[in-house]
Design a protein. Structure first.
Length: 214
């Protein structure tokens, strides 16, 4: 299972969480990675943790003030990027452009989507993975695998119908090892989570709990 921890803009110490991600990754068969804010990428990558960007824009080098260039993210040490997170939605054409930009920079891609229909559309753009996240469950602590298991199974089916090589992750409210196991039982190859680690008093303990059954 892939456990991708998105730090969003939570007021945690990104380096401390990254060190916990690195250490827990070394102690488990699961793959554990962290997605800090863009300004923290370099410091996080220097810890040795697998580092992801939260977003890249559908742009190339040039006159794009305020945008995030995939190549810069890669140079800062990221190996992958989220695209179209629920909190950073893009038009379909821009999702396509962002996937192209990420591929140009050799970044692995996870395209997020709200529901199985959008997952099918996202899978058609050829990312490495898609992640289904019902927005109403994000940050609630109520796991999607428990509150809406059908959406995960339907997302897996929708992605496989389009491209069986695209992995499916799920996210929203995932915070325990049991949640991760339940996601896997529904056909998910990984989980995307944030508050369960970024807002935890002890991020290392939260991560250890997440991977304990894996
Ligand atoms: O990127 C992570 C997701 O939006 C899930 O967030 P959450 O784990 O706080 O529900």
């Amino acid at each position: 299972m892939f456990v991708l921890v998105n730090l969003k803009t939570y007021p945690c110490d990104p380096v401390a969480v990254a060190e916990a991600v690195r250490d827990v990754n070394e102690s488990t068969d699961a793959r554990v990675a962290v997605a800090p804010q863009a300004a923290h990428l370099e410091r996080v990558a220097e810890t040795g943790a697998e580092t992801w960007a939260q977003h890249v824009d559908p742009i190339d080098y040039g006159s794009n003030t305020g945008h995030t260039l995939a190549e810069t993210v890669a140079e800062a040490g990221a190996v992958g990027t989220l695209i179209n997170h629920s909190e950073q939605r893009l038009k379909l054409a821009d999702v396509d452009g962002a996937v192209e930009a990420a591929e140009r920079a050799d970044l692995e891609t996870v395209v997020c989507a709200n529901n199985p229909a959008q997952i099918g559309a996202a899978a058609a753009l050829g990312p490495d993975a898609v992640a289904v996240e019902p927005p109403e469950l994000i940050g609630t602590g109520t796991p999607v695998s428990q509150a809406d298991p059908d959406i995960v199974e339907d997302a897996v089916e929708a992605a496989q119908a389009v491209d069986a090589d695209v992995s499916v992750l799920c996210g929203a409210g995932i915070s325990t090892g049991d949640d991760v196991v339940a996601a896997g039982d529904l056909g998910s190859e990984g989980v995307l989570l944030a508050s369960g680690v970024a807002k935890a008093d002890d991020p290392t303990a939260a991560l250890e709990d997440l991977v304990a059954p894996l």
